[in-house]
Write a protein that binds this ligand. Structure first.
Ligand SMILES: [Zn+2]
Length: 328
């Protein structure tokens, strides 16, 4: 079961609600999924088709409970559906005009006498606005598994309808975006907080909790990963500097011999070469007597200078640099 089908399942099983909301849900379902077909004067075919049986059952229940209409449910399969089973609820022809009238979808001035965007009356109350968005999501909605990414959308067949769906969500402070995709107009959200709010608004409280759990888990593991990356880049920096220092020390040993170095540098060279992973401050503690980080740094730089001069064939004046009280 995907996260999206969990959300749909939860929404489809919510209690039916008042008749105002049932009207709103059915209008949304028929409009977003293109469930109304004109069959001639005052004759319409009204169907609700979905891959999810629970969704179709919900609309079957609404029709029966509020208008006493008993729809027919049939199973569809075929190449057009990519071999997936779909369920279709058909409103009996005799009941179709009455239902469309009830849903305020008939309009003599509209193409084929059916409105493409609902009458504002259908979403008169806040409960109905919510119901409209919920049914639109049930029919044409999608939501990503939060483990994989954050995205929720409702793909409407027209820009006007996408705008109407967006209005219902905006009423509750959920500011969706709309983008055209192929022939559809898609209402969508990408921020985790917004998706969480939308799931709550639609009524998917259980899915919202599951979503939040994943989100918190991901945020914690992101923070831990960032910290680990930061630590390992610090370790790399120490290692890279140490590698260069040890390379220089080996070179001095080959070209000159470490025993030719002043005692302070010789000891520094031994300690560094034997402790490639140790920080400068810790290296200082390994010397006798211990010295500070800046002292260690100065000695290592001196060793690098010597190696550099050896590489370039420059003259090295060990005695001249061995002063400053370094020679214990
Ligand atoms: Zn209502």
């Amino acid at each position: 079961m995907s996260f999206a089908s969990d959300v749909r399942g939860e929404l489809a099983r919510l209690p039916a609600g008042e008749i105002c909301c049932a009207r709103s849900e059915l209008a949304a379902a028929l409009l977003v999924s293109g469930g109304i077909a004109w069959r001639g004067r005052n004759r319409y075919s009204v169907t609700v088709t979905a891959a999810d049986a629970a969704v179709v059952r919900r609309f079957f229940g609404l029709l029966k409970q509020h208008w006493g209409i008993v729809g027919q449910i049939r199973t569809l399969t075929g190449d057009a559906l990519n071999g997936l089973k779909h369920y279709q609820l058909a409103v009996p022809d005799g009941d179709a005009p009455r239902l469309l009238e009830e849903l305020r979808l008939l309009d003599a001035n509209a193409l084929f006498g059916v409105r493409q965007v609902p009458d504002g009356e259908i979403v008169r109350f806040a409960c109905c606005k919510k119901a409209f968005a919920r049914a639109a999501f049930l029919m044409c909605g999608a939501v990503s598994d939060p483990e994989k990414g954050y995205h929720i959308e409702i793909a409407a067949p027209t820009e006007a309808l996408a705008g109407f769906i967006a209005e219902q969500l905006t009423y509750f402070g959920i500011n969706v975006k709309i983008v055209g995709r192929k022939a559809k107009s898609v209402v969508y959200l990408k921020r985790a907080e917004d998706i969480s709010d939308m799931l709550t608004l639609l009524g998917a409280a259980g899915a919202m909790m599951a979503f939040e759990n994943v989100r918190v888990k991901k945020e914690v593991s992101n923070r831990v990963n960032r910290q680990l990356n930061c630590d390992s880049s610090n370790i790399n920096r120490v290692m890279n500097a140490a590698e260069a220092q040890i390379r220089d020390i080996r070179y001095i040993d080959e070209q000159l011999g470490l025993d030719k170095l002043p005692k302070s540098l010789r000891e520094m060279a031994y300690v560094r070469a034997n402790n490639p992973e140790t920080s400068l401050a810790e290296l200082g503690d390994l010397l006798i007597p211990p010295i500070g980080k800046s002292g260690v740094n100065a000695r290592l730089r001196r060793l690098s200078d010597i190696a550099e001069k050896l590489r370039c064939g420059d003259e090295i004046e060990l005695k001249a640099h061995s002063g400053k009280g370094e020679e214990a």
